[in-house]
Design a protein around this ligand. Structure first.
Ligand code: COA
Length: 260
């Protein structure tokens, strides 16, 4: 698929994905969602891609939400279908098995905040702003906000954002655990790349299974989650990468992981 609303560039194993509708503050219309779904599939399935960074074009917005012009036309059944399509796209990023970092360069509102929530780590510029303003429009979050936000920041903080529709700045987002780190705007992409490259230096199978254990484990009982973790721990003991990682430590050298 060739993209009209995204910039997609792979540099040294990282997919840099930029949502590129700056005149509409990178709002997620149906085309953006379809193209992001294709991009997520590429990240998940192409061996040459080992991690991804998502950001928005321009200085002002990461993504200012679902496209309100599209929403204005929808009825109950296409509304539900739209929510399911957006949710599936975000879930593909979340379960792609490779680190995905959101580099949040401005407004992350509604679907933009939900896009960031589906990424594994969130890095914000000092100028970023966050909110779930859907209730102001007579709708509720539809791309996972009611589910991922309370899991990330707790029920009280999530309900404050979802029920008031208020916008918070990057410092407040960091205080409540919505973002992992806040950096000056000019350093955002370099810092996101540094973050992903750091993870790419780790054992890729270990990273994949850790992502899976955290994602799946949150939906399990403690005992089920601990069993999943132990199974992963045992599985990794069968890999060359584990032997390489432990041997390299004992030999006081850097490991060379191969992903097997
Ligand atoms: N969907 C569609 N278009 C959007 C949009 C969205 N979610 N957010 C912004 N835009 C468009 C505006 O309509 C405007 O287009 P125009 O120039 O053709 O009129 C353009 O992007 C610039 O936005 P504008 O509102 O003029 O910028 P601003 O600096 O005055 O305000 C915001 C910025 C983010 C506060 C404001 O755009 C806003 O509230 N957007 C909607 C946020 C929202 O409710 N998102 C959740 C949707 S479910």
């Amino acid at each position: 698929m060739s993209y009209e609303t995204l910039l997609f560039e792979v540099r040294d194993a990282i997919a840099f994905i930029t949502i590129n509708r700056p005149d509409k503050l990178n709002a997620l219309n149906d085309q953006v969602v379809d193209e992001l779904a294709d991009a997520a599939e590429r990240v998940a399935s192409e061996p040459a891609i080992r991690g991804a960074i998502l950001t928005g074009a321009g200085q002002k917005a990461f993504v200012a939400g679902a496209d309100i012009a599209d929403l204005a036309k929808q009825g109950p059944f296409d509304g539900k279908a739209r929510a399911l399509r957006g949710q599936a796209m975000l879930r593909r990023f979340e379960t792609c098995g490779k680190p995905v970092v959101a580099a949040i360069n401005g407004y992350a509102l509604g679907g933009g905040c939900e896009l960031a929530l589906a990424c594994h780590l969130r890095l914000a510029s000092e100028t970023a702003k966050f909110g779930q303003p859907e209730v102001k429009l007579g709708i509720a979050p539809g791309y996972g906000g009611t589910q991922r936000l309370p899991r990330l920041v707790g029920k009280g903080n999530a309900l404050q954002l979802i029920l008031t529709g208020e916008t918070i700045d990057a410092r407040e987002a960091h205080r409540i655990g919505l973002v992992n780190k806040v950096v000056p705007a000019p350093e955002l992409l370099a810092e996101a790349e540094r973050m992903v490259r750091g993870i790419l230096g780790m054992g890729p199978l270990a990273v994949r299974l850790a992502l899976e254990a955290v994602d799946r484990g949150l939906e399990m009982t403690l005992d089920e989650g601990l069993l999943l973790e132990a199974n992963h721990f045992g599985l990794l003991a069968a890999t060359r990468d584990m032997k390489e990682g432990l041997t390299a430590f004992l030999e006081k050298r850097a490991p060379k992981f191969e992903g097997r």
